[in-house]
Design a protein around this ligand. Structure first.
Ligand code: NDP
Length: 318
């Protein structure tokens, strides 16, 4: 174990929209933030294509370009970006101690912006077609499904919400549920069932996404696990609505998490343990937000977290 770092004023976990916005603000406040980029550098935006709803780009901007610009902006103000991820954390000591491989980083404050990862089916053909007809974000990519027949995977509220939203663009939406029953709430389900453009398949598994060679989704190879029937559904888009996993497991027992593992926050950024607020630690972006999950809301809470850090360090006399 080495202890090669001086005590940092602030460390930011995650380099998505929330983390990088926090880095820009903390950098401008002369805090020389250290950003640990995490398992998915750039976060979910780095695997999106065109982002059309981020204010300031009237013609849209590619997700990776937006992230790259944010990185440059953060580095211009003295943020240090490190390709590393957290392996342990001790928030009970002062300063806080963060394990990164064999190193221990000490920091007076911590911004957790580790995000959430969309759940995928895990099929190689699905992974190969992400951005080419396969998406986990209806809000981001729905527009590209205009005039097309598409599929939404899942049977929970996320899937119903996506299916209903996508009827604005797609001519037909087939919701594919692997189970007999839905997990969605009654109200969402009723709305989806009543919609003339939405159809449902139950007990149905996706075996393969077709179109890998053409780099363009052409259809889904399906299997009804009850009847054994196999067939191909021609669709041009597949949206995953099977949930997200917040990247907060390493804080189990050190921070209050909700039943699905999201960090519980008060006023979007303040964290607690057993209901008691922990000063100097803030969470922002998707790791604490199951509701909005937008780039702009992540950026907003990232900004709030950095401003709170500034205030906290000032109170410490830094
Ligand atoms: P849920 O966990 O509720 O549902 C996940 C769905 O995806 C289930 O139908 C599940 O099937 C299916 N699924 C999971 N893994 C796979 C897989 N590998 N292959 C195929 N299907 C799979 O997640 P949601 O994201 O829908 O909702 C999470 C929470 O957020 C809920 O509390 C929900 O109410 C809330 N929410 C509320 C919204 C609203 O009120 N507007 C909108 C979105 C979410 P199975 O049942 O077989 O496990």
């Amino acid at each position: 174990m080495s202890d090669q770092n001086a005590i940092r004023d602030t460390v930011i976990l995650g380099s998505g929209c929330a983390g990088l916005t926090a880095a820009i603000y903390a950098g401008r406040a002369n805090l020389n933030p250290l950003v640990l980029e995490g398992h998915e550098p750039g976060g979910q935006l780095s695997i999106t294509t065109l982002v059309e709803n981020f204010p300031g780009w009237p013609d849209g901007v590619q997700g990776p370009e937006l992230i790259e610009n944010m990185k440059k902006q953060a580095m211009r103000f003295g943020a240090e970006l490190r390709m590393a991820h957290l392996t342990s954390a001790d928030l009970t000591t002062t300063p806080f101690e963060l394990g990164v491989g064999k190193d221990i980083i000490q920091t007076r404050s911590l911004i957790i912006a580790s995000g959430a990862s969309a759940r995928w089916l895990g099929l190689p053909s699905e992974q190969a077609l992400i951005g080419f007809g396969v998406s986990s974000c209806a809000t981001c990519d729905g527009f590209f499904a205009s005039g097309k027949e598409i599929a939404v995977i899942g049977g929970g509220d996320s899937a119903m919400e996506e299916a209903l939203f996508l009827t604005r663009f797609a001519t037909k939406v087939t919701v594919i549920n692997r189970s007999e029953n839905f997990r969605a709430s009654r109200i969402m389900l009723e709305r989806a069932v009543a919609h003339p453009q939405i159809e449902f398949l139950h007990n149905t598994l996706i075996e393969e996404c077709i179109g890998v060679e053409e780099k363009d989704l052409k259809g889904l190879r399906l299997h009804n696990r009850k009847t054994g029937e196999r067939w191909t559904l021609p669709v041009s888009f597949m949206f995953l609505g099977i949930g997200h996993e917040p990247n907060a497991k390493m804080f189990e027992g050190q921070l209050d998490l909700d039943a699905d593992g999201y960090i519980k926050t008060e006023d979007n950024i303040f964290v607690s343990i057993l209901g008691e607020r922990i000063n100097g630690v803030y969470a922002c972006g998707d790791v604490q937000d199951r509701r909005y999950r937008q780039a702009i809301t992540a950026a907003g809470t990232g900004c709030m977290a950095a401003l709170e850090v500034e205030k906290y360090l000032e109170e410490l006399g830094r």
